[in-house]
Design a binder for this molecule. Structure first.
Ligand code: PEP
Ligand code: MG
Length: 825
């Protein structure tokens, strides 16, 4: 019997039978047999019934390939008839017998004969009169007496279940869960274990781990005189399995049965190699096992269970690594909204940085800082964030923006900080004057109102939603250590600050693959200095500001080198989309005028002169490095001095210096000559020899096309797929979020290319760039560092192209490590 022919339930039951568990007699009908039934070609009913002997009572349950695909509900007590009712009255008592018959007539009338449910409501007391009335109701509705022949009943049950599976609604529902259009249904016919009787009788469910944490425990419920999964539904009368205060338990009622269950559970775990939830019945003290399914589990429990099974030698480590879905780790790394908590949804946007946080709405960065100073959690709600919001973002518990996509400022910073973030919540209107936020349906929220940002789902909820803690525990670390044994591509982190680096190190990143130095200038007084430097006209004035920035940069880099303790750190030279540094309000303009000792009007004019129509394609990256060389020179000096400093008291440092936004070989030659000269100068000044590696970011299509000549001057090439996607599609990474939804809905693009690496177009450039880069320098190090880098798709691509590593945001490092291992296994 295979799950692909008879379904998962049939397959599992067969294994339980082989393990000699007390499973009632079972006959499985294959997918093909059920397809025939749906078309009206009935199997030989006598042959199906023969093994069950005279006047059997039977159940039929669905058995699809994947239990998540749903299916028709189980039907129990098939074979109940007037005659069987009399027999059962003798053996199990009148009340039990009448109750079973009533339940069967009800199920049959509603689920099989598809009658209006109302006349078939179960009576409060299972009396003979009530039974008579229900049988009469059936006859009145169908003009036929209730069928008394088990073969007729079973045939009708099989037919109705086969057709239900074929129905359009059921089809759509399961296809939405990933079932193929031609998914089959098997049916399992099983002798009933009654669960009612004069001795200890009832039914229950048992499992041996906690579904939320995966910790070992005996969990489940038992309900006397019941059948199926009633114990789980009846919260009032069902009792615990083991001794508990203030309640009777199965352990007291039937200690022997519990012991037997524990033994079966242990055997099931070892032989089925899985934590199972077992459905059982007691019939006059005799235990029967009816069914076993994989314990439903939270992501956290999935990790704990996989690791425990491997540690106990039940499954190999490889399999434990394969059993955990990498994306699910994200819910362990962050606080999450409890999936069982009620959700009062206000708006939804793009889930830009996972995790959940609640707090009071604030509309400005300054207010966020004021709240944080009072120890009050707050949520920063902005149209979009700018560098001036950085401090506010640090202070807030979560960020919500109306505009922006997955690579917008708020999203990138949010992910770096591990801050829950929802961006692109379009339809939300912020009124800063009235201090309100209006949701798409017209619901008005005020500053100070509490909301919850669920950065995992992209939803924003009213009030403080119940949350679950992060769970980076021993099992999590063990699983990832095992993953590292199997993976064959490196994983580094994109980290800009010492905090990021510490997080990356904690998640065992093998180095920093991208330190975006411009983010270092978004903080504190530095943004003001940075502006002064950008707006200074004379080289002398610029150099004065740079002299003040140098020690700060040196300290930044030294801290990164120390935290990464000899692991590679790749520092990208300044790549400011200049508009992110332009002062956006009068106050900032006034500060700048003061700093530069210039009249406000002069500053305004200069800001205007620097404003670009298309800043993402403007004076950015190496273009600034070429036109204002002092900035890169300051940075190179800071990097080398920091390397010397950190190398003195720690592991030797071989810094990596990366040039952004290159499009021509000559850009690299010019910058390389200057950086080399600075390295020589620092060596001479300090008397310390050190090595360094200079590399290029490939993020313009031309750089990919000209990779051969570029690689001749670059020890490494790192593909920046954010800009490369932007420029390959000609899509603004900051604005495209507004219409990409429509594009995806209409199937113009299969997915948002900023989310999901476009293997056809952008991928073609990556392949070409890698190939040509290797022609120019056979040992060139290749990597990818755009936001795609942590995704399974990008990792799979990079492995195939023999890239050396991927570099992703620190919180994605564990996910990338697990994905890479799974791809290698
Ligand atoms: C990129 O463009 O892919 C990249 C990593 O750089 P940034 O996102 O800083 O432009
Ligand atoms: Mg870029």
């Amino acid at each position: 019997m295979s799950a692909g022919v008879h379904g998962g339930r049939a397959k599992c039951l067969q294994r339980l039978i082989r393990l000699e568990m007390p499973v009632p007699l079972t006959v499985a009908l294959s997918f093909d047999a059920v397809r025939d039934i749906a078309k009206g070609r009935m199997p030989d009913m006598a042959a199906i019934l023969a093994p069950f002997g005279y006047a059997p009572l039977l159940s039929v349950r669905p058995s699809s390939l994947d239990p998540d695909w749903g299916g028709p509900g189980a039907i129990l007590n098939i074979g109940m008839s007037d005659a069987r009712h009399e027999d059962l009255t003798q053996t199990a008592g009148e009340r039990a017998a009448t109750s079973l018959y009533l339940r069967f007539v009800q199920t049959y009338a509603v689920q099989v004969a598809r009658l209006d449910p109302e006349p078939f409501d179960l009576p409060p007391e299972p009396t003979r009169e009530a039974l008579k009335a229900m049988l009469q109701a059936y006859e009145a509705e169908t003009d036929e007496p209730f069928p008394q022949d088990p073969a007729t009943q079973l045939a009708e049950v099989l037919r109705s279940m086969a057709r239900a599976w074929d129905g359009t609604t059921a089809r759509l529902l399961r296809q939405a869960k990933g079932a193929p259009a031609d998914a089959g249904l098997g049916l399992v016919v099983q002798a009933m274990a009654l669960g009612v009787g004069r001795g200890e009788s009832g039914s229950g469910v048992i499992q041996f781990v906690d579904a939320k944490t995966g910790e070992p425990c005996i969990a489940g419920r038992y309900l006397g005189q019941s059948q199926g999964r009633e114990a789980l539904r009846d919260k009032r009368d069902a009792i615990p399995l083991t001794r508990a205060e203030g309640s009777p338990s199965l352990e007291e009622l039937a200690p022997f049965a519990l012991r037997e269950l524990l033994a079966h559970g242990q055997m099931g775990r070892e032989r089925l190699r899985e934590e199972m939830q077992i459905e059982f019945t007691l019939e006059n003290g005799r235990l029967r096992i009816l069914d076993a399914v994989r314990v439903p589990r939270s992501p956290r429990a999935a990790v704990r269970i996989a690791v425990a099974l491997a540690e106990d030698g039940v499954i190999p480590r490889e399999e434990a690594v394969l059993r955990v879905e990498p994306g699910s780790l994200s819910s362990l790394l962050h606080r999450q909204v409890d999936p069982e908590a009620p959700r009062d949804r206000i708006v939804a946007g793009i889930a830009a940085s996972p995790g959940a946080a609640s707090g009071r709405i604030v509309l400005t960065a300054a207010d966020a800082q004021a709240f944080a100073a009072r120890g009050e959690p707050c949520i920063l709600v902005r149209r979009e964030t700018t560098p001036e919001d950085i401090r506010g973002m640090h202070a807030a518990s979560a960020v919500l923006t109306v505009r922006g996509g997955i690579t917008s400022h708020a999203a990138v910073i949010g992910r770096g900080l591990g801050l829950p973030c929802v961006v692109g919540a379009s339809g939300l209107e912020i009124d800063r004057r009235r201090r309100t936020v209006t949701a798409p349906g017209g619901r008005v929220l005020h500053e100070g109102d509490i909301i919850t940002v669920d950065g995992t789902s992209g939803e924003v909820l009213a009030g403080e939603a119940r949350t679950l803690d992060a769970a980076i525990d021993g099992a999590f670390r063990t699983l990832l250590d095992w993953a590292d044994e199997f993976r064959d591509i490196g994983v580094r982190a994109n980290a800009d600050t010492p905090q990021d680096a510490a997080i990356a190190r904690g998640f065992a990143a093998e180095g920093i693959g991208l330190c975006r130095t411009e983010h270092m200038f978004f903080e504190g007084e530095r943004i003001g200095m940075m502006r002064e430097m950008i707006f200074a006209e004379a080289p002398g004035a610029r150099r004065a500001v740079l002299d003040r920035l140098l020690p700060m940069q040196r300290a930044d880099f030294a801290a990164l080198f120390r935290i990464m303790a000899g692991k590679p750190v790749c520092i990208r030279l300044f790549d400011p989309p200049l508009h992110e540094f332009l002062p956006s309000d009068r106050e900032a303009l006034r500060d700048l005028a003061e700093g530069l000792s210039l009249p406000l009007s002069d500053v305004e004019q200069r800001v205007e002169a620097l404003r670009e129509y298309n800043p993402m394609l403007g004076l950015r990256g190496v273009r600034l490095g070429i036109t204002v060389p002092e900035i890169y020179e300051m940075q190179a000096r800071a990097i080398f001095e920091a390397a010397v400093e950190a190398g003195r008291d720690g592991d030797p440092v071989v810094p990596e210096v990366m040039i952004p936004l290159v499009s021509a070989r000559r850009e690299v030659e010019i910058v390389k000559a200057r950086v080399d000269a600075l390295a020589s100068a620092v060596r001479a000044e300090t008397g310390v020899e050190f090595a360094y590696r200079l590399g290029v970011m490939v993020e313009t299509p031309r750089a990919a096309l000209r990779a051969e000549e570029i690689a001749q001057h670059a020890a490494f090439l790192s593909f920046g797929t954010n800009d490369l996607t932007q420029m390959t599609y000609g899509l603004s990474r900051d604005d495209a979020g507004r219409f990409l939804g429509t594009y995806v809905e209409q199937g113009v693009y299969e997915e948002d290319p900023f989310h999901t690496l476009d293997l056809d177009g952008v991928g073609e450039l990556l392949r070409m760039g890698a190939e040509r880069g290797r022609l120019g320098r056979p040992d060139v190090t290749l990597s990818i560092c755009g936001e795609h880098a942590g995704t399974r798709r990008a990792i799979e691509f990079c492995r195939l192209q023999k890239f050396h590593y991927v570099s992703c945001s620190p919180y994605r490092v564990p996910i990338a490590r697990l994905s890479a291992a799974q791809l290698a296994l």
